[in-house]
Design a protein around this ligand. Structure first.
Ligand code: TEU
Ligand code: CA
Length: 556
């Protein structure tokens, strides 16, 4: 059990999007004091750590993922004093604090970039990636995640710089050892303050193929030349050695385009790079292509396949993953893989049951624990997120989709769905602020809010609390074996978890219909089976039909 005794393996982590969590001073923007004010709520929920989205100084072109000073706090969120107080308060309540760190790019307003673009001879020129253009214009055909070319021409020095995200997010040049040393120093500066770990933004993008060849056409053109690039493992192990290891801090890597086969190179027991990775595949089933914003129908079998291959693969070499269904980039899961209408409670709790009974560390995104849903957008000007706004603009220019179609796709896929203010109660603006919120509150707040959920013993919130407790009690929910049953069943997701001599069985009904009992395998028909938790409360005979979105966890 030694290899398994890291605190974060048994932990449940709660993600806070500070802008939308709680506003303490009525300016309509969530802030650090607002987070401090809710520490009791998080403690009673039972989470072990919080991960804060970026709180550093930023011009907010991409809501804090464009950092202009790594060592100071965004004015709207408060001061470094507030940050120190947050850390102290959370530690007093036994909750660890994980910060978000963006090392692939900075803001174009970071002093490094201002200096870098000023002259080809600048001491900071090679902190970023500059190239001369070609006859066609940009150095190659790579595209930005937010639309258009990944290269921006800068008239000052007549060269292009690379930006895999917005043009206000220039990519850092990790080939430069001076840059790497500066980043490590900054990381250590935070770790010395007592931060417990980091979530590393798009960390598998930091090493680019230095020939900068054209990419294959398709989604994210160029990705085969920068996702998991040539020196990625060298850079990550150097960083771990110079920073996290010395402080025994946790490092979680956000890793788009990573497959389960590649994951062990980052988190397997014979690599020393990251403690866990954040997979994307389980959340890509309902979209064909992120860049072109196309959606599709999907089948449960696909989800079972993806989850099962990640579970099996990572266990081979004791690698670890983050388990999540929501974050600040994802539309709300209950509106995607569940039913946010007729079976809101049932489907939200069923999906949560899946998350909390797999091998890995569950991450709850703010509002998920009360079943927050996608919001309503009334027009094409209603969107705030840079990615959505660019999609709307480009789609209108291309003229292939009509207004309704664009609105339908943007409403379903927009990151704004995740970013609407946290719904605390049924007062005006859902108790998030006394002022005018920066982003419209979801109109369903009178129905879905924390106050109401706390008062109802059968709420989604109370179910999450039970799941958190259960995970602490049964190591077989955390470690070791995962075995899928009924592999081809199109409706049921059923599996066993086993650790030492303890076996747990999970049955999930993924549809809003009753499901005939004969699908259930004999494994569950043991006489002394005990229902540990079910989202309908009772434990009917196994010969009874499963009810819509029913979830049951058995000790076998
Ligand atoms: O997201 C990385 C990522 O893969 C995004 O391109 C994602 O696919 C996109 O949000 C979909 O529209 C991280 C952060 O989580 C995100 O908030 C940032 O915008 C992005 O990096 C750039 O820092
Ligand atoms: Ca505020």
């Amino acid at each position: 059990m030694d290899k398994d005794s890291q605190w974060w393996q048994q932990a449940v982590i709660y993600q806070i999007y500070p802008r939308s969590f709680n506003d303490s001073n009525g300016d309509g923007i969530g802030d650090l004091q607002g987070i401090i004010d809710r520490v009791d709520y998080l403690e009673q929920l039972g989470v072990d750590a919080v991960w804060l989205n970026p709180v550093y100084q930023s011009p907010n072109d991409d809501n804090g993922y464009d950092i202009s000073n790594y060592r100071s706090i965004m004015d709207e969120f408060g001061t470094m004093k507030d940050m120190d107080k947050l850390l102290e308060t959370f530690h007093d309540h036994g909750i660890k604090v994980i910060m978000d760190l963006v090392l692939n790019h900075t803001s174009d307003e970071h002093p490094w970039f201002i200096n870098s673009r000023s002259s080809k001879n600048s001491q900071y020129r090679n902190y970023y990636i500059w190239k001369p253009g070609t006859d066609e214009g940009p150095p190659n055909n790579w595209t930005s995640a937010f639309g258009g070319s990944a290269w921006e021409y800068d008239p000052q020095t007549e060269e292009y710089y690379l930006h895999l995200f917005s043009r206000k997010q220039p990519d850092l040049n990790w080939e430069n050892p001076d840059l790497r040393q500066d980043l490590y120093q900054m990381i250590n500066w935070w770790l010395e303050k007592g931060i417990d770990g980091f979530r590393l933004d798009v960390i598998n993008f930091i090493s680019k193929n230095q020939n900068f060849p054209d990419g294959q056409p398709g989604e994210a053109v160029g990705k085969e030349h920068y996702a998991n690039g040539p020196r990625i493992h060298e850079f990550l192990s150097e960083m771990a050695e110079k920073t996290f290891d010395k402080h025994r801090a946790m490092a979680v890597g956000e890793t788009p385009f990573l497959t389960s086969d590649q994951a062990l190179d980052f988190v397997g027991e014979d690599s020393n790079e990251l403690d866990m990775v954040i997979p994307f595949e389980p959340l890509e089933l309902d979209r064909i292509d992120r860049e072109n914003w196309q959606i599709r129908d999907w089948e449960l079998r696909e989800l079972k396949n993806i989850i099962s291959s990640w579970q099996r693969k990572l266990q081979e070499k004791n690698g670890w993953v983050s388990l999540y269904f929501n974050n600040h980039d994802q539309p709300r899961i209950v509106s995607r893989y569940g039913d946010d209408n007729q079976y809101h409670r049932q489907s939200a709790t069923m999906l949560a049951t899946l998350l909390f009974t797999l091998r890995g560390t569950p991450f709850i995104y703010q509002g998920e624990e009360i079943g927050m849903t996608n919001t309503e957008f009334s027009g094409l000007d209603d969107f705030d997120d840079i990615g959505t706004r660019n999609f709307v603009r480009e789609a209108r220019e291309a003229g292939q989709l009509n207004r309704e179609e664009i609105l339908r796709l943007a409403s379903y896929l927009s990151r704004d769905n995740a970013r609407t203010p946290k719904q605390w109660d049924d007062s005006r603006y859902a108790g998030f602020t006394t002022g005018q919120p920066w982003l419209k509150v979801n109109p369903d707040y009178p129905c879905i809010n924390v106050k109401k959920a706390l008062a109802d013993q059968d709420s989604i919130l109370h179910y999450y609390k039970k799941l958190i407790k259960l995970r602490k009690k049964y190591p077989s929910l955390v470690y070791d074996e995962y075995r899928l049953l009924l592999e081809d069943d199109p409706i049921l997701f059923t599996y066993l978890r086993r650790y030492q001599d303890q076996t747990i069985g999970v049955i999930l009904n993924f549809v809003g219909d009753k499901t005939p009992d004969e699908r259930l395998p004999g494994k569950f028909a043991v006489a002394d089976r005990e229902l540990l938790l079910g989202n309908y409360g009772d434990d009917p005979n196994l010969s009874e039909n499963l009810r819509p979105y029913e979830a049951r966890i058995y000790k076998l």
